[in-house]
Write a protein that binds this ligand. Structure first.
Ligand SMILES: Cc1ncc(COP(=O)(O)O)c(C=O)c1O
Length: 393
């Protein structure tokens, strides 16, 4: 069927790519070993530090987030090392699988997929680890499969309280450039990030922000590494180059996205996403539908995972919304398949896009005959209108 108007891409990443970024991406590809490229590379490598809130180097891989997960592990750890990981949801489980395949020994803290990593458990595990066998604590900041945020600053405090030397590795793939995150202030050793969510870029590049402590660990770590090796990257990046072919055009897009984030101001970006989260939760509450996150301190401003009433297939509902309103909502992943749908409200996104998104969902609930109460959109509009946009300049 021919469609008019724009598709609503309301999955929690990849997100809508702004026109400014699309135009930047369409520039002619240049010589990645020439002087023009070096200027571009230095600019984005430097600019990324503002997003991670770090003065440490940030590495850019031509690869998806899964590669940057692997990079964080193989550069810092050795075969058989013990790592502490938390089952916050589907993505934490996939990171654990990568660690296991790399030959690491994972202490896996299971959960109901409705809570973030528990800082008290971090303390208990590390305080108990008298021989300091645990070499790294790995946490997913925003668990994209559930819309639950782990409290990284508190995790850091508990590592310090236990006086334990473990590295802290954090996945910010769906929180970077959307949810408050501070690599330096929170003492994170490796932050794993990605292009296709808060940075408003297409998929294709991913990041490791690397602390001095992580860099020191990489000197003695012995897991095999080639493509993901930090050392040649950091060496060549100094002059604005890469040890292999970088994603030239995505770097044009990254330069533009960094300008956009700087224009808005990172603190304003964080506040904007929090507003979207509050308004979306107001809609879900008015519909009478539960969300996956249960602890208000762990609510996500990036996505809201909505539970379908018992016996209703969330994917059939998503299918109807796609066919009828040309809107993609996020599917349930892993054990939540068919049970939830996820509303992405991140990236290049504003109040009226959220109103349209929630309007499509409310009409879809009615058309699919899903038991719910009307008034979700109205509740969201009231939430948005009642909160003035306070801009920090
Ligand atoms: C939190 C999180 N971590 C890791 C990944 C994996 O990233 P990729 O699919 O780019 O490999 C995703 C993907 O959505 C994610 O949301």
């Amino acid at each position: 069927m021919a469609k008019s108007g724009r598709h609503f891409l309301q999955i929690p990443g990849p997100t809508n790519v702004p026109d400014r970024v699309l135009r930047a991406l369409s520039r002619p590809t240049i010589d990645h070993r020439g002087p023009e490229f070096a200027v571009l590379a230095k600019e984005v490598l430097h600019g990324l530090k503002e997003i991670f809130l770090t003065s440490s180097p940030v590495i850019i891989y031509p690869g998806s987030g899964t590669g940057a997960w692997e990079a964080s592990l193989v550069n810092t750890l050795s075969p058989g090392d013990k790592v502490l990981m938390f089952e916050t949801g589907h993505f934490a489980t996939l990171w654990k699988d990568v660690a296991t395949k790399m030959g690491l020994q994972v202490d896996w803290v299971t959960s109901d997929w409705r809570h973030g990593a528990d800082p008290a458990v971090v303390y208990a595990k590390l305080a108990d680890d008298r021989h300091q066998a645990i070499k790294a604590v790995c946490v997913v900041h925003n668990e994209t499969s559930t819309g639950v945020v782990s409290r990284i600053a508190e995790v850091r405090k508990q590592i310090d309280a236990a006086r334990h030397p473990a590295l802290l590795l954090v996945d910010t793939i769906s929180s970077l450039g959307s949810i408050e995150y501070r690599h330096d202030a929170w003492g994170v050793d490796v932050t794993v990030g990605c292009s296709q969510k808060g940075l408003m870029l297409p998929p294709g590049i991913s990041f490791n922000a690397v602390s001095e402590k992580a860099l020191a660990a990489s000197k003695s770590a012995t897991l095999p590494r080639a493509y993901w090796d930090w050392e040649p990257m950091l060496r060549d990046n100094k002059a604005g180059f890469f040890p292999y072919t970088p994603s030239t055009n995505i770097l044009y897009g990254l330069r533009e996205a960094l300008i956009m984030l700087r224009e808005e101001g990172l603190e304003n970006v964080f506040a904007r996403h929090e507003r979207f989260g509050r308004a979306t939760r107001a809609a879900a509450k008015a519909w009478g539908l539960d969300i996956v996150a249960v602890n208000p301190a762990e609510y996500s401003g990036v996505l809201t995972a909505v539970m379908m009433p018992e016996g209703r297939d969330a994917d059939a509902f998503r299918q109807l919304v796609l066919e009828r309103f040309d809107m993609s909502l996020g599917t349930g992943l892993g054990r939540l398949k068919g049970k939830i749908f996820r509303i992405g409200h991140l990236g290049d996104f504003n109040d009226l896009m959220l109103a349209g998104t929630l309007g499509g969902i409310e009409m879809g609930l009615k058309l699919a005959d899903v038991p719910h109460k009307a008034g979700g959109v109205l509740a969201a509009l009231e939430s948005l209108a009642s909160e003035s946009l306070q801009s920090v300049s």
